[in-house]
Design a protein around this ligand. Structure first.
Ligand code: SF4
Ligand code: SF4
Length: 100
């Protein structure tokens, strides 16, 4: 990889070198950090009360509201930390191991 790069979206996070500086704000959305994940959150929609607590607590802002008002993880960015499952008041999120 030749540095500096003009378009940050042309490189993957794996290409970043130790100690380098990223000067373009908002560039993290181009990195699909979900590929670090080993578990994924699965919502039982029959139990979900649409409170949005999972959305508030997700440290990666990886949860969005779908067009039915349910809160679901964007697996491009969810790292599978399980915080949403821990915080869900009605315990309707299960962390399921990813298949390899
Ligand atoms: S598992 Fe972690 S990163 Fe993924 S949606 Fe839940 S809180 Fe966010
Ligand atoms: S915290 Fe649980 S009940 Fe609340 S919106 Fe998220 S999945 Fe549904």
């Amino acid at each position: 990889m030749k540095w500096p790069v003009k378009n940050i979206q042309d490189i993957k996070w794996q290409d970043l070198e130790l100690g380098m500086t990223i000067t373009e704000p908002g560039s993290s959305r181009f990195y699909k950090t979900g590929d670090w994940r080993t578990f994924k959150p699965v919502v039982d929609k029959s139990k979900c009360i649409k409170c949005g607590l999972c959305y508030i607590f997700c440290p990666d802002a990886a949860i969005y509201e779908d067009n039915e008002g349910f809160f679901v993880a964007n697996l491009d960015y969810c790292k599978g930390c399980g915080i949403c499952a821990k915080e869900c008041y009605v315990q309707c999120i299960t962390m399921v191991e990813e298949e390899v």
